[in-house]
Design a protein around this ligand. Sequence first.
Ligand SMILES: [Zn+2]
Length: 241
Amino acid sequence: MNSDELGSKEKSKESIGKVASECPITSADESGLDAGKSINSLLDKADEAYQRAEDTFEEYLDTLSPAKRVEHSMKCVAADGYIALSGYQENKPAPFVNVNGEQSLDFLQKHTKQSPDENAVKEYKVRGHYSDKGVKGKHFATHSEKQLLMLHHMDGDHRPIGVTRDQCGDCREAFQSFAYHNDVTVVVRDPNFYRIYQPSGMVEVYDLDRKLVHKTSVDKNGMVEPPSASTVAAHYTGRPW
Ligand SMILES: [Zn+2]
């Protein structure tokens, strides 16, 4: 699969590539200037990605009829590097990539498997939904930031992601598990929070003022706290973790 098949890639923003690897995350508990600068640099990139996702979504909605606009306004767009639109729709128009739910589901399952010596974070558990269309987990796998996670991993470049709706519980679980099982740092900004998913399984949540509002705890068995909003859609909005 190459970028031509998947959709257009933003050439003008190549410079933000490799952000995660160039800006190692230091715990916010270590209040050194360098740590703060690294995190701020990542969050700046996440803001750029978020703005690009928002702008692209607005431009897309403007191309639709009033009825379609209402329907599609429930969708979600994620950036950066590629631009992804949530949902099953085949042959999505440019600039959206064409990753289908089965591809991202397969990718997630392969990349979040538990190995015997890993125990801090569970593997991603596929969650069914009434609109799965015959493949359990397909609905949640069509979420736009999961499409980008797959493409960024294929590129070896986990640049920060901006997404136009609150990350759902399933995506939070998936990203936490993915960062842990693949030893990568992934940063996601949604309308309310920034989340830094770390290779240790820890997740730091910052509000839009960049104040640390949550850091996942570890229980007595060494298990990292999973997200709280894992099942009920209405509870996703505004919940830090
Ligand atoms: Zn989601």
